[in-house]
Design a protein around this ligand. Structure first.
Ligand SMILES: O=P(O)(O)O[C@H]1O[C@H](CO)[C@@H](O)[C@H]1O
Ligand SMILES: O=c1cc[nH]c(=O)[nH]1
Length: 258
């Protein structure tokens, strides 16, 4: 039996339990998986290992995998690789994010056309010159979903940092400062019309595009960095529903288009 036919090492899944699913919804937070699955039909827990919690659920009779990636590119790349081995060809990241443009409100959603590759893991899939871009049809389905959901959404470039604190220029930390070489980065990305910071998109987009797979990302804004550094956890729990709503609406477009 080839490796591919058996259970994948980290996710603890095999082809059989995925019931032929081709699309995966991939939040960072394992605690978000059951919530996402609960909005679909017949949600069923599949596995939980390390940061990877997975469910199977159905939309209009189509099986959909929901699997968390954990925080950051490295763990995300493992989830995407192993889901691809099991036949998934379309990935929709459902995240939360920090906006860096003044006009973006908490509760808005950001749909990323591409990501600034401030991560390390994406370089293991393609040289830095390779663009971290969403696939057109997933991006289009997400924008359509946001419009149908009547949610305020912003479409543009995100920045994916390997760290939450220095890489996103947070000063209110243990050292109460940011290393000199990381100072001024919010200003730089603001000038370049980057909309937000998060931590997985660059790896996901580079990995998927370079493997000929499809990926997109929608994230709920839980903090605006022109106003604050740390998100409010109660607000964050509420806002994550907006990203989920857009992704579920996008599924309908993707399944119809399939
Ligand atoms: O809410 P999730 O999907 O985890 O996404 C964001 O939240 C985490 C940081 O708090 C990072 O994973 C970042 O990308
Ligand atoms: O500010 C934020 C909020 C969520 N996730 C991030 O990476 N940054």
């Amino acid at each position: 039996m080839s490796k591919i036919e058996s259970t994948v090492f980290h996710l603890g899944l095999n082809k059989e339990v995925l019931e032929g699913a081709k699309i995966a919804l991939i939040p960072g937070d394992p605690g978000r998986v059951s919530k996402i699955a609960s909005y679909m039909d017949n949600p069923k827990p599949l596995a939980s290992n390390r940061e990877y919690t997975s469910y199977l659920a159905y939309i209009e009779g189509t099986p959909i995998v929901v699997c968390s990636t954990g925080i950051g590119g490295p763990s995300t790349s493992i989830a995407v690789e192993e889901l691809a081995q099991l036949g998934i060809d379309t990935f929709i990241r459902i995240g939360t994010t920090g906006a860096i443009q003044e006009n973006i409100e908490i509760g808005d959603v950001i749909i990323s056309t591409g990501c600034v590759r401030l991560d390390g893991a994406s370089r293991h899939f393609a040289p830095l010159e390779y663009p971290a871009v969403a696939s057109y049809d997933v991006l289009n389905a997400l924008v359509t979903g946001a419009k149908e959901a009547n949610l305020t959404h912003h479409v543009g470039v995100s920045a994916s940092s390997d760290t939450f604190y220095p890489g996103q220029e947070r000063y209110d930390t243990f050292r109460k400062d940011v290393p000199l070489h990381m100072q001024g980065k919010i200003k730089l990305w603001q000038q370049l019309h980057v909309l937000n910071f998060e931590m997985e998109g660059a790896t996901l987009f580079t990995q998927a595009a370079s493997l000929g797979l499809r990926a997109g990302m929608v994230a709920g804004v839980i903090v605006n960095r022109t106003k604050a550094e740390i998100p409010d956890e109660v607000m964050a729990k509420k806002v994550e529903n907006n990203g989920i709503t857009v992704a579920l609406a996008a599924l309908k477009t993707l399944i119809a288009g399939k």
